[in-house]
Design a protein around this ligand. Sequence first.
Ligand SMILES: Nc1ncnc2c1ncn2[C@@H]1O[C@H](COP(=O)(O)OP(=O)(O)O)[C@@H](O)[C@H]1O
Ligand SMILES: N[C@@H](CCOP(=O)(O)O)C(=O)O
Length: 379
Amino acid sequence: MVSFKISVPSTSANIGPGFDVLGLSMSLYLELEVSLPANADSSSSPLEASKRAQCSYAQVELTYSGEGATEAPLDPYKNLITRVALYVLRCHDYTSFPYTTTGSENRAGEACISIHVTNSVPFGRGLGSSGAAVIAGVLLADRLGRLGLSDSRRLDFALMVERHPDNVAAALLGGFVASYLRELPPEDLKAASIPLAEVLPEYPPEADENWGRDPPVPPVGIGHWVKLAWSPKVKAIAVIPAFEVSTAKARAALQPAYALKDCVFNLQRLAVLTQALGQQNPDPDLIFQAMQDRLHQPYRKHLIPALPTVLSSFSPTSHPGLLGICLSGAGPTILALATQNFEQIAQSVCEIFQAEGGIHCRWLVLDATTQGGTIEEHL
Ligand SMILES: Nc1ncnc2c1ncn2[C@@H]1O[C@H](COP(=O)(O)OP(=O)(O)O)[C@@H](O)[C@H]1O
Ligand SMILES: N[C@@H](CCOP(=O)(O)O)C(=O)O
């Protein structure tokens, strides 16, 4: 058997004013253990060899443990990770998962690729579970198809699925990442705006009108990024309420247009924040103000009952060690950045959720990771 492990970190997007710009990778992971028969994995001239025989979908065995284990589909046509992998493979002329044999055909029903997912990133909480799944799918395809994709090309594929760059850029590259989407020429814009159903057709293929079509290949260089410094003194407290908010629903709550003063409010803070969190001795007063936001949090308050109270009840004075507090991604998780008193800060947030809606929370103290998604071969 040949086996390898794919590991992708969770992410917190926005960090206050950086809506669709900032992402931070954190020490909570989505992991895939992938194994396949040794003769199925060609390390020499892989592309041609792999194309000789391919794995039928029934021969991909998908199992799950951890977060989402009871809800994640195990059908590789339906599961987000394998659907993304299939999309990337299809863009490289594979009609299915690659499976090379040195002679004999696969026996019917035999699992040729087995993928066990161990997931610690809760679904729909604003910790980038879907971004991690998308990056895991891109890495899976890259490794199985021996595609040799650059980070930039990997990001292009991820952006065809998750169309805001903050989570996927941080999950792929690791660290505190700022990113933007290049303004595309009209022909590329058309390719990059294809509905998700056409990018990721669903099961069964014969019933999906998009399946037989050529998959939309991403334009080159959609996403651009820079890694920002992150002070090792700063930890991320994630307070995770016991309910989900889908990112799609939270994005639908946003405004189609904003007042100039609100845009300037965010831009001023964003510029300061990108530097302030990397300073050796982070300045709580500077950072606390720099983590305020007027573009997304005000419009998502109705989706997260305790949010207004949480945002107005904390300061570095009331909670020493606190640097700033905000919604993590599209919520409902609350992200508090702090240098000390982690438990006290987390408990205070939990108490507000309990008092305002009877909502139970759990909390984690996470480190910022420097590494993004990785593929580790087991020798
Ligand atoms: N590991 C995974 N495997 C399969 N599907 C996943 C995985 N992680 C996330 N998803 C899909 O993404 C959805 C959550 O995405 P989203 O609403 O964007 O929230 P989040 O803030 O967690 O990214 C889940 O309900 C599930 O459909
Ligand atoms: N910028 C996006 C980030 C969504 O992050 P998620 O972790 O909630 O998927 C947004 O705020 O919509």
